[in-house]
Design a protein around this ligand. Structure first.
Ligand code: SF4
Length: 246
């Protein structure tokens, strides 16, 4: 597969969309979706590493949750992956008096309907933070993976409302955007709902509806109430189609 450095963003997007499409074509079920997400994470990691060569070191590290107060936009595949992870780990975490599902519901009650600016003002930590660590790190969304800073102090100041500017890593943002868009385009090509949803609200919808994953795989949009990209959908679809025909 091409990478962003060798062939440019549009070729990378086309190649990656085709690769996702191949994965979905052969495994259009829940495990197949997991394979596509693993493919997305691997592609993100590999291409960020290439793009970051010669760049300053990233300041992000384990135990720093400064930016984990922002609104997170996720794809349905990511929501179902995290929902499955929460169900699978619930018992073990309850042994440590941690109930992530209850935390997500509380977070949703506090954040539902708030836009990005209001979420910054609310300054509420993500439901998954425990002692500074993300408890769903292994399955965290692409949006979280693409959020990397060169300056920890700037992140802390911004989280406290004392600064507006944070020097985020452009390679992380670029690659995250391309990988997410390519996955969205592939999902669209397979007749699956491909929009962006608010993380807390979408998780609650997925946790409350045992048929949500099945309905989504059958072409439904069980997370529609949590969509946050309605105004951009048509433009995104047009861009997918334009880039598809060079
Ligand atoms: S999912 Fe993890 S990385 Fe993303 S905002 Fe929440 S705690 Fe932070």
């Amino acid at each position: 597969m091409s990478n962003t450095a060798e062939h440019g963003p549009q070729a990378f997007f086309r190649d990656l969309r085709a690769a996702f499409g191949h994965t979905l074509q052969h495994t259009a079920n829940a495990p197949g979706i997991e394979s596509a997400l693993q493919q997305a994470w691997d592609s993100f990691d590999g291409n960020v590493a290439i793009q970051c060569e010669g760049q300053p070191p990233i300041a992000c590290h384990k135990g720093c949750p400064s930016c984990c107060t922002l609104r997170v936009g996720v794809l349905a595949a990511e929501v179902f992956m995290v929902a499955a992870y929460l169900r699978a780990t619930a018992k073990a975490l309850q042994g440590h008096s941690i109930d992530l599902m209850a935390r997500v519901r509380a977070a949703d009650a506090a954040t539902r309907g708030l836009d990005e600016v209001a979420r910054v003002g609310l300054n509420r930590r993500c439901a998954y933070i425990e002692q500074g660590v993300c408890l769903i790190h292994r399955v965290r969304p692409l949006a979280c993976r693409g959020h990397a800073s060169y300056d920890k102090r700037a992140c802390v100041e911004a989280a406290a409302g004392r600064a507006d500017e944070v020097p985020f890593s452009e390679p992380h943002q670029l690659v995250r955007g391309l990988v997410q868009s390519a996955l969205q385009a592939a999902l669209r090509g397979h007749g699956l709902a491909w929009g962006v949803y608010e993380f807390n609200h979408a998780l609650v919808l997925a946790l409350d509806d045992a048929r949500a994953t099945t309905d989504w795989l059958a072409g439904g949009d069980p997370l529609a109430a949590a969509a946050i990209d309605a105004e951009q959908r048509d433009a995104m679809a047009a861009w997918f189609d334009e880039v598809a025909s060079p």
